[in-house]
Design a protein around this ligand. Structure first.
Ligand code: GLN
Length: 304
């Protein structure tokens, strides 16, 4: 399959789709990002890489980090994490508070903010230096030791974290957050601010495509069953209240972030990442969704 030709053609066909999206503006540093950017990268399990446009430009991965922290916690805690976080789509926006009261502080899934904060809370209990551990993990799965936090974004997230704080305190009142909320928010804001390119992200999702084994050094990160479960959660919950539409249009497990990135993969074959900062009303990259839909259509392959 000539993936280079496929992604170049997709890039050329995007037209002015970026004009219809809206850059995330809940923090000033994201609001000033130029929406006229698009990058796409493919990494295959047989070691090939393809890239186009702004594929090497770094951006904050935001909620894509929820996949990495979940993998780290599942690796250590196994099934115990499912006593505190559900596995159902929420059908609500990623930062919604509404379900939490009805469901006694137990978030619907690990990919909405509330669920991701429970996961990060467990990570803090498991790792003495959680921020170092997260960076080390991400560097290891994409084989790039230069990856680091964008400190300006982390700070800006922290200064505008009122709603996430509210979610965390609310869950703490039900006993579902055990660490200090300020410490939790510090780690959570940092994980959102990990700076990576589409090339890095495609590489970072390869261990999922490889059924839990890091293809760069051969280490097993997750069992085959755990990797399957992460994929199932991404398919059903990775795009918040647009998860059904992503599955319908693209047909791959994947995860988005409000920085405009999306990473997805085909089990046993490849990982693909796109970045375009203009978002749709659900907080998913508008051009990114369209590009991935075209990608699986053009290659004639998906998980279905
Ligand atoms: N930093 C954002 C938040 O916590 C991440 C949300 C997202 O990417 N969907 O609100």
């Amino acid at each position: 399959m000539d993936y280079q030709n496929v992604i170049d053609r997709i890039h050329g066909q995007l037209g002015d789709l970026w004009k219809q999206g809206r850059v995330a503006d809940y923090i000033p540093v994201l609001a000033k990002i130029d929406p006229r950017q698009f990058g796409m990268a493919v990494a295959t399990l047989d070691g090939c890489e393809y890239r186009c446009g702004d594929a090497q430009v770094c951006f904050s991965i935001q909620s894509i980090s929820k996949v990495f922290t979940l993998a780290m916690v599942v690796q250590r805690l196994g099934d115990d994490i499912w006593k505190s976080v559900g596995r159902e789509p929420s059908g609500n926006p990623f930062n919604s508070l509404v379900q939490l009261e009805y469901e006694q502080g137990m978030p619907r899934n690990p990919f909405i903010n509330a669920g991701a904060m429970v996961v990060t809370d467990r990570l803090i209990s498991l790792y003495p230096h959680p921020k170092d551990a997260i960076i080390e993990f991400v560097r290891g799965i994409c084989g790039n030791d230069d990856i680091y936090y964008d400190k300006e974004i982390a700070r800006s997230e922290w200064l505008n974290a009122d709603r996430n704080m509210a979610l965390a305190y609310f869950m703490k009142s039900f006993g579902n957050i055990v660490n200090d909320v300020d410490t939790l928010l510090d780690v959570y804001c940092h994980q959102c601010a990990i700076s990576m390119s589409s090339v890095d992200l495609a590489r970072a999702f390869l261990f999922l495509s490889n059924r839990g084994v890091n293809p760069f050094d051969g280490t097993r990160i997750l069992t085959v069953s755990q990797a399957k479960r992460l994929g199932a959660l991404m398919l059903t919950c990775g795009f918040y209240d647009e998860s059904g539409d992503f599955a319908f249009r693209v047909g791959l497990p994947g995860k988005s972030g409000v920085g405009g990135g999306i990473a997805a993969y085909i089990p046993g074959s490849l990982a693909v990442a796109v970045w375009s900062p203009g978002l749709d009303r659900h907080g998913n990259s508008l051009a990114g969704m369209a590009a991935l839909e075209q990608f699986t259509t053009d290659i004639g392959n998906s998980i279905f």
